[in-house]
Design a protein around this ligand. Sequence first.
Ligand code: ZN
Ligand code: ZN
Length: 613
Amino acid sequence: MRKSTNKARKPVKRAKIRQKQASKQASKPADPLYAMRHSCEHVLHQAFLRLYRNFKEAIGPAINEGFYIDFDPDLSGENKSPLKISEADFPRIEAEMAKIIKENLPIKRKVITSTQAKKLFKNNPYKIELIKEHGKKGEKISTYSTGKEFIALCAGPHIESTGKIGAFKLLSIAGAYWHGSEKNKMLTRIYGTCFPTQKELDDWLKQQEQAKKRDHRRLGKELELFTINDEVGQGLTIWLPKGSIIRREIEDFMVKEQIKMGYQHVYSPHIGVKSLWVKSGHWDLYREKMYSPMDVEGIEYLIKPMTCPMHIQSYTFKPRSYRDLPFRIAEIASVYRYEQSGELNGLLRVRAFTQDDAHVFCTPDQAVDEFLSVFNFIRRLYKIFGFCHYRVRLGVKSSKEKYLGSNKLWQEAEKKAISALKSSGSDFFISKGDAAFYGPKADFLIKDALGREWQCGTVQIDFMLPERFGLVYTDKDGKEKTPVMIHRAPLGSLERWLAILIENYEGAFPVWLAPVQAQIIPVADRHLEYANKVAKALKDADIRVELKDEQETVSKKIRNGELQKVPYLLIVGDREIQGNTVAVRQRGKGDLGAMLITAFISKAKKEIEEKTI
Ligand SMILES: [Zn+2]
Ligand SMILES: [Zn+2]
């Protein structure tokens, strides 16, 4: 499976994998909102020049949800002291920006020569470096001026005048390395955004507040689900006991469902000889995502970025006939891919992750049905987790990147994918360049509770790897033919899936996934014995339970249980002992009153069984 690769390093594409508002993304320069945001960045730049005479910008692009400006504080300072900006300066800068917008200054483009550009920006080493890079690539150099006082080295596009900029806001300040590399100097970055109207800006800010409350990195720590630290290494997840419970529930569920669908589960190693990856084409076309080889007794080994070539071994293990197909091999498999440290983002982008991976080997005639069956499985799964809105993106080949195989096979694979998508009845859109290097792929972009979109499941049709590995089956006519391979991962990466679940549920997992399903809170020490009895009954019924016997008040324990987002708090005192009951507090619903222990157990079991959300 492949995520977007080389393109993912540009800021615009990188933002794609982060949480984002589906409605107001402006990811392409052709988008009018993108041009407005970039123009707003120029206004910020101009405001800086009015306020701080020596100000020197390094770069200032529009990004998915706004824009930013990077500057070198040492270079931009007055009298050689660094330019120190904090959020406290924002109102003053914003006021100057508002003035420039009110002045409604025209924004004009002009193409200049590299010599002219070097002269114009001679006091700014960052711009000089960019001009040289443009020159090497033989690209045209353009400038954009705003009114008479401001000129920027810029590829554009822009809107026609500053007055056309809507509502804007400066958001935050951060450090950022020049070219994103820690070998370079640390610059100061200011983020901002703008929208056509004040209402759109306000709505977006409100949504950002909501998103902050749901941040999986913060909740992951508070709820003790996972940790990522430098001692183990960046981008490497340690699943803590409570996070591991969630993962195990999901894995068990997936395995069970897949067995019902005719999948066989296997295990494969984390490393393999380099020649395997040369044969699969990864070494040539996917190397930038792979870690360097390690030498084992003079033979080079690689840590696996994908499991496909290993699952192929289960197929080639013995001769296959048409009667063996479809042959479905599944594995909850950990893979390792190189991501730059600057690209890592909690569980959303990591260096080691676990796929709910599987490969289906089938005859070309079965491919559409198999694709469709995976497709329907994904839809059913998402519904169970509470995601009902999604879009499907069919990634096809582009002329810019390298792929395996002939055009004819690609056309055939694309035809099959499109025909499967059409018969699924789902809406889909085609995106050039989002294919895997071995075939077209359909990606599910799901929408969460805040309307943000996430790329998750994937299904891919592949005519290439079966050919490269010489896979065959004996057909009805006795002839040897090449099977088709379908690669699929409905949830994608389990790390990423956990992040999405945490944010979507705001940490309040449905009962079947909750690490602790019920807490028992005895009112006083004399109720401990009964509390233990209740705990045992629940444990015997496979309900995950915690007994809160610390020396704390009942109200404090209830508050802690609520903070930990435990679905059920069961309070036990004299009355409960008498009636053989528990006083039930349900998360989100409050006090349900007293219930017989047995009645509570059947209620909870039913919700677990039905995966109630
Ligand atoms: Zn610009
Ligand atoms: Zn695969």
